[in-house]
Design a protein around this ligand. Structure first.
Ligand code: ATP
Length: 425
């Protein structure tokens, strides 16, 4: 957390006003990394597939959507109050006495709806009530027929969306792990009902692999199937991808079999037909939805935790973020060896060469050793140094963050070399 603040990954929101609890702003490094997490997801879920299309639906939505989806009635957490200090807690996450005062006398649990309610338009009456979405998923169900008609996809096919969701969490905690405003990466994969168990298994495996491919260590990841008492109101089976956080195993993503629940609910409430008609067989059916639902902000935090390391280089302690090059805020730092003006034109040329391909930093302050350390600490995989020899041989030194090895690379091979090293083809 301190590195995040000190280096500009994540700031407390409205900090100069004393901060606004449980909201965070992503700084110059954090915004790059968060985009990279979302882009890596989009690349794997949409770009590299021909059976998934994207969507960006509205955040504000009318009560009808949430009545049909069951969220108005069911999207609640059990709330208890400590009778001594009046602090409020989520009963299902409270294990033992009051964490605030040590009291043991709590009120009966009551259902607390997590949706943020607001009014659209100038009149604050019942007819103007709107909700901020607590999940992106309903956008996919509500647009099911639109997407089917415009893309001519047929099951199995998916609709993917990345965007903000809002939940009035009773106890937001653990930095950006649980906040009231956060970003999700969700996909609804619509399948013939008989194939739903097979596709559920498929997506659990696929999603697990995604984290490993981006450098998450296998011993800090696991799959945990939900017990029957844990299942959401729409789910027939759910498995979570869990990460070993400093406080123990906790959820990164839930992969749920939502069956035909949502399409049936929206069809009944809207009067529209939400089904698939197979012209070849004459068959008409309501597809089942398999949903991998991940948190972008929470996942970014897990990648940061997994990457954080302290080691020793040349007898000196260093902090290093061993982030996958696809996730690091900067892929490359261009560093003129000295501040001497003679190096600047070439250093700028190298920067111009790399910028169209990679997110780059250009850093001229302090000694080269200090600059290497600074970039180790924010996870920059490659430092590219321009020195006086560069002016003669048109080559630069590429220093690797993890091994600290340095090799000389000719300018015209530089982009290809970095791409190959990072698997960023
Ligand atoms: P929990 O039980 O922890 O409240 P959930 O099981 O209700 O979470 P889902 O509805 O499955 O969560 O949401 C999918 C994903 O969205 C979660 O796995 C998580 O990564 C992310 N997410 C959910 N709530 C929050 C939050 N308050 N802050 C940050 N990310 C969240």
């Amino acid at each position: 957390m301190s590195l995040c603040k000190r280096r500009g990954f994540i700031f407390q929101s409205a900090e100069i006003y004393g901060g606004f609890r449980s909201t965070y702003d992503y700084g110059p490094l954090g915004v790059n990394m968060l985009r990279n997490v979302k882009d890596a997801w989009w690349r794997s879920m949409v770009q590299l597939r021909d059976d998934v299309v994207g969507l960006d639906a509205a955040i504000l939505s009318p009560p009808g959507v949430w009545a049909a989806s069951g969220h108005l009635a069911n999207f609640t957490d059990p709330l208890v109050d400590c009778r001594s200090c009046r602090s409020r807690f989520r009963a299902d996450k409270l294990d033992g006495p009051c964490p605030n005062c040590g009291g043991t006398d709590f009120t009966e649990a009551r259902d607390f709806n997590l949706m943020f309610k607001t009014h659209a338009g100038p009149v604050e009456d019942e007819g103007a009530v709107a909700y901020l979405r607590p999940e992106t998923a309903q956008g996919m169900f509500v647009n099911f027929a639109n997407v089917l008609q415009t893309t001519r996809k047929r099951p199995p096919f998916g609709i993917a969306q990345v965007g903000k969701s809002f939940r009035n969490e009773i106890t937001p905690q653990n930095f950006v792990f649980r906040t009231r405003e956060f970003e999700q990466m969700e996909m609804e994969y619509f399948v013939p009902p008989a194939e739903s168990a097979t596709w559920h298994r498929y997506w659990i495996d696929e999603r697990y692999r995604w984290y490993l491919e981006l450098g998450m260590p296998g011993d800090r990841l696991r799959i945990r199937p939900h017990g029957p008492e844990e299942l959401s109101h729409y789910s027939s089976a759910t498995s979570d991808v869990e990460f070993l956080f400093p406080w123990g195993w906790d959820e990164l993503e839930g992969i749920a079999n939502r069956t035909d629940y949502d399409l049936l609910q929206h069809a009944a409430a809207s009067g529209e037909r939400l089904e698939y008609f197979d012209q070849a067989t004459g068959e008409r059916y309501v597809p089942h939805a398999i949903e991998p639902a991940a948190g972008a902000t929470r996942t970014m935090m897990a990648f940061l935790l997994a990457a954080y390391a302290e080691d020793e280089v040349g007898g000196e302690a260093r902090t290093v973020l061993r982030l996958h090059p696809r996730l690091a805020p900067y892929q490359a730092a261009v560093l003129p060896l000295s501040k001497k003006e003679t190096l600047e034109p070439m250093a700028r040329e190298v920067l111009g060469l790399l910028q169209p391909h990679f997110m780059c930093d250009y850093d001229t302050t302090q000694s080269i050793g200090r600059r290497y350390r600074r970039h180790d600490e924010i996870g920059t995989p490659w430092c590219v140094t321009v020195d006086f020899d560069s002016l003669e041989d048109r080559a630069v030194t590429v220093r690797d963050r993890d091994s600290t090895e340095q090799v000389r690379v000719p300018l015209d091979a530089l982009v290809g070399e970095l791409r190959a090293r990072g698997g960023l083809a």
